[in-house]
Design a binder for this molecule. Structure first.
Ligand code: UD1
Ligand code: BG6
Length: 371
């Protein structure tokens, strides 16, 4: 049921304040005599000790689910202290990469049925790793075959392009990082700030959704383009990959997400006055590095679309040479949830304006159950 919306993708983008609320329901709690804020993931509570002691955590997934894990990687590394590595499921299988009994392998999948991810799960089980599932589908193959896991509870997702599952996956993995990371005095303030940020996140998503018309206007300007580059780094490298994936899979426009730190090692050669380039430059520890990336692109007369935190337009783009998208600022590890929304809206509007099928893009399936 699409309700008042024309397409499922549109509905699913706009219902993210509600889907995120459901994802977090019952999982953020006040604990102990001092009522300190904490996270409770029922499906993991008997396995947290084992996960904390593991030698490595591997995130394994495909497509959007892989990107969500990439967005959560930095906070998991920070709070757990355990090395975190990333695996595209098919690539892990192609390489027969090493997996050990001391590893925790986390399988991220909206459908819970993706063939590549399922085969990687079988491979990790055969190698004796603790296997954790993060899925949206109760009773799915990944939910059944993992040792433990977390349902993201985002509600059924119909549009082939994943939107609300992406943001709910990130939130679950931030909660996973909080659950694994110890409650030490030294990280208490950080943990509390993240938990407060989680409580307020649906409101902030509601705020960023107000950019809908602005993204439609931007889509009109980009309607006839051949290509769109998206640069991000740190927490928002994933935003660049996921924004570009949305644009290519539904709008059928070439788009690449790129690590901004790699810009000078190749992509810079593409910069001219015509190619549109989006840069994610919201406030976090990487902000000044992104400012210098913008300066270098400006110096080569790049056609820039800059996403920045509210109030930062003048500091990211002093000479008004670029198009600025201002988004609400949240805790750094939650910022990818906010930043992806304008890019989801852009991909949606581009698709409609270009006359393509939004909910069932050419050649793609919601769940790829063959290898
Ligand atoms: C569970 C109930 C929820 C109830 C809540 C009350 C289910 C599906 N969930 O939620 O309805 O409101 O208790 O406390 O009945 N699992 C995997 N692999 C996965 C995903 C999950 O093995 O990929 C396992 C978990 O380890 C857990 C079970 O499935 O044993 C349910 O997971 P989840 O729904 O996330 O648990 P709760 O949030 O506790
Ligand atoms: C397919 C979908 O390729 O599978 C993508 O078209 C999705 O949207 C990918 O991200 C992975 O799916 P899942 O269900 O494992 O998250």
């Amino acid at each position: 049921n699409k309700g008042n919306y024309e397409h499922y993708m549109q509905k699913e983008i706009h219902e993210q304040p509600e889907s995120l609320t459901t994802t977090m329901r019952g999982r953020l709690i006040h604990r102990g005599s001092n009522k300190s804020k904490s996270v409770l993931l029922g499906g993991l509570k008997d396995h947290l000790k084992t996960i904390r002691r593991s030698r490595r955590i591997l995130f394994i997934g495909c497509g959007t689910s892989y990107n969500a894990a990439l967005a959560a990687r930095p906070i998991l590394e920070e709070l757990s202290g355990v090395p975190v590595t990333m695996e595209i499921a098919s690539d892990l299988l192609d390489r027969e990469g090493p997996i050990y009994r001391e590893d925790t392998a986390v399988f991220v999948s909206q459908s819970g049925e993706t063939a590549d991810t399922l085969l990687a799960l079988q491979y990790a089980l055969d190698n004796g790793a603790l296997c954790v599932g993060i899925t949206n589908t109760v009773g799915s193959a990944i939910a059944r075959n993992t040792h433990c896991g977390v349902h993201i509870n985002a509600g059924a997702e119909i549009g082939v392009a994943s939107t609300k599952a992406y943001t709910s996956q990130i939130v679950v993995m931030v909660m996973l990082a909080l659950a694994i990371g110890g409650d030490t005095i030294s990280n208490q303030a950080r943990r509390e700030a993240i938990i407060d940020g989680l409580f307020d996140l649906p409101n902030k998503v509601r705020e960023v959704l107000k950019l809908d018309q602005e993204m439609k206007d931007l889509a009109k300007q980009l309607i006839a383009e051949q290509s769109l580059l998206v640069f991000g780094r740190g927490y928002n490298y994933a935003t660049a990959l996921e924004g570009a994936l949305k644009v290519k899979e539904v709008a059928l426009m070439h788009s690449e997400g790129m690590l901004a730190g790699e810009m000078k090692h190749g992509p810079l050669a593409l910069v001219d006055e015509n190619l549109p380039i989006a840069v994610v430059a919201t406030r976090d520890a990487c902000f000044s590095k992104q400012q210098s990336v913008i300066q270098q692109l400006n110096a080569r007369r790049g056609r820039l679309i800059v996403m920045c935190s509210k109030g930062d337009a003048a500091s990211v783009c002093p000479n008004e040479s670029c198009r600025v998208i201002e988004v609400p600022q949240v805790e750094d590890c939650l910022q990818p949830v906010i930043n992806v929304v304008p890019l989801q809206l852009l991909a949606y509007h581009l698709t409609v304006l270009r006359g393509h099928n939004v909910d069932q893009p050419r050649n793609l399936a919601k769940s790829v159950t063959t290898q």
